[in-house]
Design a protein around this ligand. Structure first.
Ligand code: CIR
Length: 265
């Protein structure tokens, strides 16, 4: 693992050559061009570095097809990190090395069986945590998340997601109290006190955006929703993750981005 002096950390993992055997829930299997996927993933990492992140690279896990999607293995809060227990059994061995990488920065908590939780189902907005009740995250896992985070003053609201893999396929944060949402996949009424931008109806995948400081990292393939973000005055950086999209991956899932705050004994 290597990282420089910057104060934002982005944990990433190299793409596994076995990605063609990834978990799929809503898409039919298509051939993934591993070389192109690697190039796109490298440019994504360069984009994060350019935005001021120190990239911490985990060791490769060539036999874990979905290991590049590090977001699902942990939830990093200011006070601690929660190591998840992914809903897909094939993904559970991914968490150990993510825990090792996060240990220098945060006190660690763990989700235990029979709970399941994918990081992609956890949206943090200030002290509000929204947790997707999905095919990957169950109420036991969400309940454990609630207990673990209550001591730090967070409230956890479970939300049912429909038609998509994770809560963050349906909604992400693009500003302090501004959300980008696909109202077909999650009930927008749940976010009553926040401002919402709807995805363009022609781009249902458009609700997944990665916000780093004042910049929104967004897929190049979704220009209509991008135009909506820009119209709102947001600064957008586009990345092309078309090959990882075939594995149901998007911009948030390839990194864990958080402020560096070493654990002090
Ligand atoms: C999976 O089904 O678990 C992977 N193929 C895709 C995971 C994407 N993760 C995310 O959006 N947080």
């Amino acid at each position: 693992m290597t990282h420089g002096p910057s104060e934002m950390i982005a944990v990433m993992r190299p793409l596994s050559p076995s990605i063609g055997r990834c978990e799929l829930t809503h898409l039919s299997r298509e051939t993934i061009d591993v070389e192109l996927a690697e190039r796109q993933h490298r440019l994504y990492g360069e984009c994060l570095a350019d935005l001021g992140c120190s990239v911490v690279r985990l060791h490769p896990e060539p036999d874990l097809p979905d290991a590049v999607f590090v977001e699902d293995a942990a939830v990093v809060l200011d006070e601690c990190a929660i190591i998840t227990r992914p809903g897909a059994k094939s993904r559970r061995p991914e968490t150990e090395s993510v825990a090792t990488a996060l240990e220098p920065y945060r006190y660690l908590h763990h989700i235990h069986a029979p709970g399941t939780l994918d990081g992609g189902d956890v949206l943090v907005v200030g002290r509000n945590i929204y947790a997707g009740f999905s095919s990957r995250s169950n109420m036991e896992g969400i309940g454990q998340l609630r207990v673990l985070t209550a001591r730090y003053g967070y409230t956890v609201t479970p939300l049912t997601v429909r038609g998509c893999l994770h809560l963050k396929s349906a909604v992400t944060r693009v500003g302090p109290r501004l959300l980008l949402v696909n109202p077909d996949w999650v009930d927008p009424g749940a976010f009553g006190w926040m401002e919402l931008i709807d995805v363009d109806p022609a781009e249902p995948m458009g609700a997944n955006a990665l916000t780093i400081g004042p910049v929104v990292v967004f897929p190049a393939s979704l220009p209509r929703t991008r135009a909506r973000l820009e119209k709102r005055g947001l600064s957008v950086r586009t990345v092309d993750l078309s090959e990882l999209a075939k594995a149901e991956g998007a911009v948030t899932c390839c990194s864990l981005v958080f402020p560096e705050r070493p654990v002090i004994d």
